[in-house]
Ligand binder design. Structure first.
Ligand SMILES: C[S@@+](CC[C@H](N)C(=O)[O-])C[C@H]1O[C@@H](n2cnc3c(N)ncnc32)[C@H](O)[C@@H]1O
Length: 236
C-alpha cells in the first residue's frame, strides 16, 4: 500500500492501482504469448511513460512483494489490496469475497471437481464475474490440499467486465501457474472485449487440448451418448 500510495502524487490512487496491475499483467503475458506481443509492449510503454524512474522502481518492488506473498501462502493478495485502498466500484458491485469465505465455498465444490478429474482427466471451472479471482485461488488451494494438481488438472475460464479485475485475476492465476483464459467480457450482453490466456494455458497447449475435448464431446452427443460433466460453475 505504501509503495502505491507513494506513486500517487498528483495522480488519483485508482489510476495508479490500475496502471500497476495492467503493467504487471502485460509483463507476465508478454513473457510467453507471442501473438499480439508488439501491440501489448507499446501499451506497456505508454503506461510506463506516465511515471519516472523512481516510481517505476516502486512498481517493481510492489510486484516483487505480491510474488513473495503469493509464494508464501496463496490468497487474494491484490483483491485485498484493492479493497483496503477503497477502490471498489459500487456501480459494478465490486465487493470482493473475503478469502476465508472463498476458501469455504471452494471446499463445497471440491468433490464435484475431484469427480471431473476422475472422469475427464481434468476439471473445468467457469467464473462469470471473477473479480481478482479469489474463488479460483481458493479452489487451487483446496485441490492441492486434497492431493490434486491445479497446474495440470484444472482449466479455468474467468470473466469480468472491469479491466483492473481482469488484470488482477490474470496476475494471480499466472503466478500460481494455473491454465486459464481471463476474458474481459460483459456476462450479461455477452460482448467480449479481450482475452488473456495465462502462461500455463499457452505453454501447456490448452487451446488444442480444449478444442479436442470439445470435439470428442460433440461426437459422443452425436452418437447418442451422454458426455460426462466436466465443468463446474462458480456462484458469486
Ligand atoms: C461482487 S464482485 C465478485 C467478485 C468475485 N467473484 C469474488 O467473489 O471476489 C462482482 C464482480 O462482477 C463484475 N461485474 C459487474 N457487472 C458485470 C458484468 N455485466 N459482466 C461481467 N462482470 C461484471 C465486477 O467488476 C466485480 O468484479
Amino acid at each position: 500500500m505504501k509503495l502505491l500510495q507513494a506513486n500517487a502524487g498528483a495522480k488519483r490512487m485508482t489510476e495508479v492501482f490500475d496502471d500497476f496491475v495492467e503493467m504487471s499483467a502485460l509483463a507476465f503475458r508478454n513473457a510467453v504469448d507471442l501473438r499480439g506481443r508488439d501491440e501489448r509492449e507499446e501499451q506497456y510503454l505508454r503506461t510506463a511513460g506516465r511515471y519516472d524512474r523512481e516510481e517505476l522502481d516502486r512498481f517493481g518492488h510492489a510486484l516483487a512483494l505480491v510474488v513473495k506473498a503469493m509464494g508464501a501462502e496463496p490468497c487474494d493478495v491484490l483483491g485485498r489490496l484493492y479493497m483496503e485502498l477503497a477502490l471498489g466500484n459500487d456501480r459494478l458491485g465490486q465487493f470482493f469475497t473475503p478469502y476465508d469465505v472463498a476458501r469455504l465455498m471452494a471446499g463445497m465444490h471440491i468433490e464435484t471437481l475431484a469427480d471431473s478429474v476422475r472422469t475427464c482427466g481434468f476439471a473445468r471451472l467457469y467464473e462469470p464475474t471473477c473479480g481478482a479471482a479469489a474463488f479460483i485461488v481458493a479452489v487451487s488451494q483446496e485441490m492441492q490440499s486434497t492431493g490434486l494438481n491445479p497446474q495440470t488438472q484444472l482449466h479455468v475460464t474467468a470473466e469480468d467486465i472491469a479491466p483492473q479485475a481482469v488484470h488482477m485475476a490474470y496476475v494471480h492465476l499466472s503466478l500460481l501457474h494455473i491454465p486459464a483464459v481471463v476474458h474481459r467480457r460483459n456476462t450479461l450482453t455477452l460482448e467480449t472485449f479481450d482475452s488473456w490466456p495465462t502462461p500455463a494455458h499457452v505453454l501447456g497447449g490448452w487451446g488444442w487440448k480444449l478444442r479436442w475435448t470439445d470435439a470428442v464431446r460433440e461426437l459422443q452427443t452425436l452418437l447418442g451418448a451422454t458426455p460426462p460433466q466436466c465443468t463446474a460453475q462458480a456462484r458469486s
